[in-house]
Design a binder for this molecule. Sequence first.
Ligand code: ZN
Length: 274
Amino acid sequence: MPELPELEVIKNNLRRQITGKTVRALTIIKPYVLKNYFKDDLHDDIVADVQRRGKYILIFLKEYVMLIHLMLRGTLGFVLPSQRVKKSVAAVVHFKDGTVLELAERGHKKRVSLYVVPRRKLDAHLNVGVEPLDLSFTQKRLSQLLSKEPKRLKSFLRDQRTIAGIGNAYADEILWSSRLSPFKMTANMDSRETKRLYTAIKDVLVWAIDEVEKRGVSDTREFLRVHDKKNKPCPRCQTRILSVHSSGSETYYCPNCQTHGRKLKDGRMSKFYR
Ligand SMILES: [Zn+2]
């Protein structure tokens, strides 16, 4: 699933490609993709800007905003009209100059989402937390968020209503970078650990955006240091990376750097493994 770094690069590319273009029509090919009732025509509306909030790509028109969530296997492609529409394409934005923007679903789960909402209703629709790369996300703000409710750090980082844009992969990278256990409880963080976590959030995301920009957006993310690297050596201490299945997804960590040599087990007791 694309997370903040990939979506930031997708957004930057899209902003260059479609800002200022006039919309001729929005064609919904697969009805499941459109998640809200929308009857108005976007004909002749102009793309004012493209932004990202959390895991949403936002295409701002004069009166409306198109909110796109790629979920697990969605793609956004800016193409020339001569190319044939692929089977995976769920919706198409046609521009007056003949170019098109295709929203496609490569998986079988039909989870790609598109909302078209009036601009004034955007905030009510989004409901996402602070942007971790914004100046407003300070260490103090992180401390406040950590003390809000007791949670494991991994779940805390992935909660979109708290901090927006971080998912399974970059949560693992951030925790490895800050040498913290994925199962450590938010309430048990001291100020030095909070500082490490804060620095890691910013550093990992900035580093990852740079890597994705260099390599292009893909699912492989070979540059990652711990996520999806089971049995590979930890780049810091050479200990074998382990994984644990928890809350429906796989968490990767270095037992030497992050859990005092202990192996994490899922279940209620594992919260005591710090
Ligand atoms: Zn290590």
